[in-house]
Design a protein around this ligand. Structure first.
Ligand code: ZN
Length: 297
């Protein structure tokens, strides 16, 4: 993702009333999934870890009873290189007409271009927060979706190719989400929630700028849920605008938001490792998503 601009303050909305008792999100289980991803090593397109994480995610989703599918595609980058990419999708209640889409990128950055030491900038990052954290939360949500039938259809989408592009070449980012958003005909979700960089200890989330500009009611609903639950990681006000996997869905005319804490000192460095993350932060986001799915209708 790419930082665009800082922005100003917005008020917190209120949530609707719930009807069903949502299942309990287990932050410790999510943290295990974060660690397991990092144990596979860097997971950028073309790396051994990339193939392994694909297998891992397919097996996880299938094990939780999802209908698993893949979108395989190729992209020619502005550098002339061709990337072979794969989005992995787990559909719960695939026949339900009302659907929501929850997404996170599973690829990690192939170069630590924010390292101080120039010799380190060509090395791949582990992506504990930038990659594994969002996937970890959605794997735990998938476990709950398998155990407790949701009131709507839910598509968990693990995007490939979010973070491959070189700085300054913005068209080489968001490759998986762009592909996914262009293939939604006939199955348009009523809400799209992307999560990214949600695992840092003491993570703090404000309304991301593009989300607020395009999808304020959805943002208000999600942040209202956090307020109702008393999740302190969600703060009032508007944060920076970030180019991330929600943008292709906004451009497709869908209500789409990004939950992200961009204030992460280890962003795109070799220090983006599991010790910088916590199960509590994963839980904060997971609890809000669970309430969004089960408690808000
Ligand atoms: Zn990144």
């Amino acid at each position: 993702m790419i930082l665009v601009a800082a922005a100003c303050v917005a008020a917190v909305g209120c949530a609707g009333c719930g009807t069903a008792a949502p299942p309990a999100f287990d932050g410790q289980m999510a943290f295990v999934v974060l660690r397991e991803q990092c144990a596979l090593g860097p997971r950028y397109p073309g790396s051994p870890g990339h193939a392994e994480i694909q297998r891992y995610l397919r097996e996880k989703l299938a094990g939780y009873g999802a209908t698993v599918s893949e979108q395989r595609f190729e992209v020619v980058l502005s550098t002339g290189d061709t990337l072979r990419l794969t989005n992995i999708i787990g559909a719960f209640r695939p026949d339900a007409r009302t659907r929501i889409l929850l997404g996170a990128h599973y690829d990690t950055r192939p170069r630590a271009d924010r390292e101080r030491e120039p010799a380190n900038r060509s090395k791949p990052i582990l992506g504990a927060n930038d990659g594994a954290s969002g996937v970890a939360v959605l794997c735990e949500v998938a476990r709950l979706l398998g155990a407790s039938k949701p009131p709507v259809g839910v598509d968990i989408v693990f995007f490939d190719g979010e973070d491959y592009g070189e700085e300054g070449r913005s068209r080489d980012y968001l490759l998986g989400s762009r592909h996914c958003a262009s293939r939604l005909a006939g199955a348009r979700p009523s809400a799209v929630i992307v999560i990214d960089m949600v695992g840092e200890r003491d993570a703090r989330f404000q309304r991301e700028g593009f989300s607020e500009a395009a999808s304020a009611p959805l943002n208000a609903r999600v942040f209202g849920i956090a307020e109702k639950l008393g999740v302190p990681n969600f703060a009032p006000g508007e944060g920076p605008s970030i180019i991330d996997d929600h943008l292709p869905f906004i451009q497709a005319g869908l209500p789409a938001i990004d939950i992200i804490d961009f204030e992460y000192p280890f962003w795109h460095t070799l220090d983006d490792t599991p010790d910088k993350c916590s199960s509590e932060s994963l839980s904060a986001v997971g609890r809000v998503l669970v309430e969004f799915i089960w408690g808000e209708r």
